[in-house]
Design a protein around this ligand. Structure first.
Ligand code: GDP
Ligand code: GDP
Length: 454
């Protein structure tokens, strides 16, 4: 179909198709056990069923490059989400809500052998509100005798139930043919790679020097940007040029407006931080070197980690630092910031302008890491090397093996490992550490999800 050659590492060269980011997105939602994983595997053409092993609090959707009848699209599997404390209902509803926002069409999977449940009804309410095409998939119709069970699902009010057997493949081809007709050529939701300035959030607790930094950086050079390509103007953002490069500093209105809230200040501050992060690609967390690293500083850094954005740490008020405090600060950094040792650090003074220009290489390095894509062949070679050098410890006489791995997303780099058993947390950390040793990822969080073969 004229899509360029395949490179040494299995990468495509010379795309004539839309950039991967612009491929239409198909999301799969539904309760646990209805057969979402089975359907994902069927669509991706893999045999083995997989179950999700989600580390701790991380709830991420996983997306796969998929292809059907010569058309490429992105398949988003929401199946791995663990129900949280609010119960299965709420988390399945969350899934559906997010999926709908992030996709161009939805496959809503229901177990025809169980029939519609209260959770299904709740998802239906959400799906009714969207203008995206929704396909009601009646799964586990393994043969014609079971078709009447699918028909019962008309009662959900989502139109015609599509009887399929994810396990045996029955009906899946017809379903996908229709789905492709409903999918747009180019995604309406996937974010294009903008040519415009990259988006930076300046974060930090009150009085660390955020607005001073912004003012000093902007200086005389605040840019008028009507003619900058790819720039979406938002009145609360500001375009700033530092050392010859233009950046969009997001939500600067929030920094300049110095509201001093009494009650609930923390709560509103973290809301604002979260909102700025949502729009940003990289965060500069500003710390005041004259004061100890506080819980509030650490909470802000946690919000950045949760958001998956790139991170740069700016130690401000360097002009006020004496030798004693400096030694103490170094110890604090070692103790409190060990978990973000990968973030570039710049020592600046927003008052004197000291080393402000060093922000630029730090931001660039962090964004480059954040954007990184490692080709699957290279990543698997790396994983194989790891496993050979340091195999997973035996557990109950068995040894979990990594069968295959792939980077499913960048921004931030997100990897999925398919394994033959659950991996110990220590082994996961080992893999993380080695990934950083090999590829650096300076300034970017990385995420590793593990999927265990049933
Ligand atoms: P998920 O939790 O929604 O991802 O569901 P899974 O894909 O893990 O499937 C849950 C269970 O249903 C597994 O035991 C599957 O083997 C089974 N299953 C999935 N699809 C089908 C199907 O089409 N027919 C039958 N009979 N069983 C299925
Ligand atoms: P924000 O609340 O984080 O926006 O902090 P501000 O920018 O308003 O700064 C709080 C106070 O710290 C102000 O009095 C600033 O003048 C002072 N300040 C900010 N940066 C520096 C710096 O690099 N050196 C010194 N000595 N003072 C600074």
């Amino acid at each position: 179909d004229g899509a360029g050659g395949v490179g040494r590492d299995g990468e495509f060269l010379g795309f004539v198709e839309p950039e991967p980011e612009l491929l239409p997105v198909l999301a799969i939602v539904g309760r646990p056990n209805v057969g979402k994983s089975a359907l994902v595997n069927r669509i991706l053409g893999r045999r083995e069923a997989v179950v999700e092993d989600v580390p701790g609090v991380t709830r991420d959707r996983v997306s796969y490059p998929a292809e059907w009848a010569g058309r490429r699209f992105t398949l988003v599997d929401t199946g791995g989400w663990e129900p949280d404390a609010r119960g299965i209902d709420a988390s399945v509803a969350d899934q559906a809500e997010i999926a709908v926002e992030l996709c161009d069409a939805v496959l809503f999977v229901v177990d025809s052998r169980v029939g519609p449940t209260a959770t299904d009804e709740r998802v239906v309410q959400l799906l009714r509100r969207t203008d995206r095409p929704v396909f009601l998939v009646a799964n586990k119709v393994d043969d014609a005798a079971q078709e009447p069970a699918a028909a019962v699902l008309w009662s959900l009010g989502l139109g015609e139930p599509r009887p399929v057997s994810a396990l045996h493949g029955r009906g899946v081809a017809d379903l996908l043919d229709d789905v492709l007709k409903a999918l747009p050529e180019r995604s309406a939701v996937a974010k294009p790679q903008l040519d415009g300035p990259r988006r930076v959030a300046i974060l930090g607790r009150p009085n660390v020097g955020k607005s001073s930094l912004l003012n000093k950086a902007a200086g005389e050079e605040r840019v008028v940007v009507n003619d900058l390509a790819g720039t979406t103007r938002d009145p609360v953002d500001e375009q700033v040029e530092i050392a010859g490069r233009v950046w969009t500093f997001v939500d600067t209105a929030g920094i300049r407006r110095r509201v001093h809230l009494q009650q609930g200040a923390d709560f509103y501050a973290s809301l604002r931080t979260a909102a700025a992060l949502e729009k940003a690609e990289v965060a500069v967390v500003v710390l005041d070197v004259t004061e100890s690293i506080s819980d509030q500083d650490l909470r802000i850094i946690d919000l950045v980690l949760e958001s998956g954005r790139a991170l740069v740490l700016a130690f401000n008020k360097w002009d006020l630092l004496d030798d004693d405090r400096r030694r103490y600060l170094e110890r604090e950094i070692e103790q409190d910031l060990a978990h973000v040792a990968w973030a570039p650090r710049v020592n600046i003074s927003a008052r004197t302008g000291r080393h402000l220009e060093k922000l630029v290489p730090a931001l660039e390095a962090a964004l480059e890491s954040w954007d990184t894509r490692i080709p699957t062949a290279k990543f698997n070679a790396f994983v194989a090397e790891l496993a050979q050098e340091h195999p997973h410890p035996l557990r109950g006489g068995k040894q979990p093996r990594i069968l295959f791995g792939t980077q499913v997303q960048n921004r931030p780099p997100t990897f999925v490992l398919f394994t033959s058993g659950f991996l110990d947390p220590g082994y996961r950390r080992f893999i993380q550490r080695r990934l950083r040793e090999r590829y650096g990822f300076e300034g970017s969080p990385i995420q590793i999800n593990v999927r265990v073969r049933e």
